[in-house]
Design a protein. Structure first.
Length: 377
């Protein structure tokens, strides 16, 4: 990321470079600075902005690992004569006798970064080492301190690297068409609650302040075509959660695709739709829509689709990444294309079905059929 081109101070990147140089000098290895600014812009940042424009919430850290750190950088390191590439990610790799390398979750589950690594290739994984994978964070700091590294107690980096200390909304506005305020609608009553700053500046599950209302409101859904945010009250509202998603064709960390996904009963696995979220027992299905478009997910005919059904509902944001696991092995990852009905929508559908059934029974007994009182959407 070119801080100077952004009109930002370059002190941060210079400080990071100097830290790396001093560590290399201390442990006795060569220091080879190289810039991937152009590649980062093309393969990570521009797709990120395009995803925001389309109304999604892409994860640039996943793309950076896939296209820059474990592709461009990997190739550069090997061109210098390196046999393996070691990174500071909290993950483990198991190099098997048959030549296959498995990406495994870290011992420190609180720091585990396999979610961000879920789309790297088997080719890169075979020549990768994760020295921190079997260590806890305090152990890493103690080892660094014993080695005399000045970075032993350096603060952990968090957030999106190119945003820095700025508010995300302030940053992304510089790359989007001018946003237009739009309505914030209560998902239960249809009541107008207020107005937002621009639908693309919000993500599913995000808390959004609603003027004049003291309670906490969250984004249950958003519609870029109508510039509307659907809101719900409270973080545990069922409108925030869903138990099914559709994802793009996965990038597998192994060379072969798991044959179990062809099982009509689905492939038993676990999934994770955000960093540090507990893995959720799931089933992965590969379906082919042969005739009409699948209206719920808006996909075209004759298109193979990957469907993930989760055993418990989670907050699902379009364009984010879903990582697929089997035990402690991260099998791969993909972009979330959409979600199934929210738990609130499912509840309303069940209520309407019960009302229809009750009215049918009342009608069959010669009773007057009256509107169902619980048909509110």
């Amino acid at each position: 990321w070119d801080h100077e081109e952004e009109g930002m101070s370059s002190q941060c990147s210079e400080r990071e470079r100097e830290d790396a140089r001093r560590v290399c000098e201390r442990i006795g290895i060569g220091f080879h600075p190289v810039s991937f600014v152009r590649e980062y812009w093309q393969d990570v940042f521009q797709p990120f902005v395009d995803g925001i424009r389309a109304g999604g919430t892409p994860n640039p850290d996943v793309s950076c690992n896939q296209h820059i750190k474990f592709d461009r950088f990997h190739s550069y390191a090997l061109s210098l004569g390196a046999e393996m590439v070691a990174t500071g990610h909290y993950a483990r790799v198991r190099h098997r006798p048959d030549g296959v390398s498995d990406l495994l979750t870290a011992r420190d589950l609180n720091k585990d970064q396999t979610y961000f690594l879920s789309t790297i290739s088997q080719v890169a994984l075979r020549r990768t080492l994760f020295p921190l994978g079997d260590l806890l964070k305090p152990e890493v700091r103690r080892i660094a301190e014993d080695a005399g590294l000045h970075t032993a107690h350096k603060k952990d980096s968090t957030g999106i690297c190119f945003v820095g200390k700025r508010r995300f909304k302030d940053f992304i506005r510089g790359y989007l068409p001018e946003e237009t305020p739009g309505p914030m609608i209560c998902v239960e009553t249809g009541r107008l609650l207020g107005y937002h700053e621009g639908v693309r500046l919000y993500t599913h599950g995000q808390r959004a302040r609603v003027g004049g209302l003291g309670s906490r409101w969250y984004v249950a859904d958003k519609d870029p075509t109508t510039n509307t945010l659907m809101m719900c009250e409270g973080f545990h509202h069922p409108a925030l959660y869903a138990n099914e998603l559709i994802m793009s064709s996965p990038s597998w960390t192994r060379a072969e695709v798991p044959s179990e996904i062809l099982d009509p009963e689905g492939f038993s696995c676990a999934s994770r739709v955000r960093h540090r979220q507990p893995k959720t027992p799931s089933r992965l299905f590969l379906e082919c829509m042969e005739h009409e478009a699948h209206s719920r997910h808006n996909v075209g005919p004759c298109s193979p689709q990957y469907i993930v059904q989760l055993s418990s509902p989670v907050i699902i944001a379009t364009s984010q990444t879903v990582a697929i696991y089997q035990d402690d092995i991260c099998l791969g990852g993909a972009q979330i294309l959409g979600r199934g009905p929210s738990m609130y929508e499912q509840q309303q559908q069940q209520k309407r079905a019960l009302c229809v059934e009750q009215e049918r029974r009342d009608g069959g007994q010669g009773l007057e059929i009256r509107p169902c009182s619980s048909s509110r959407v």
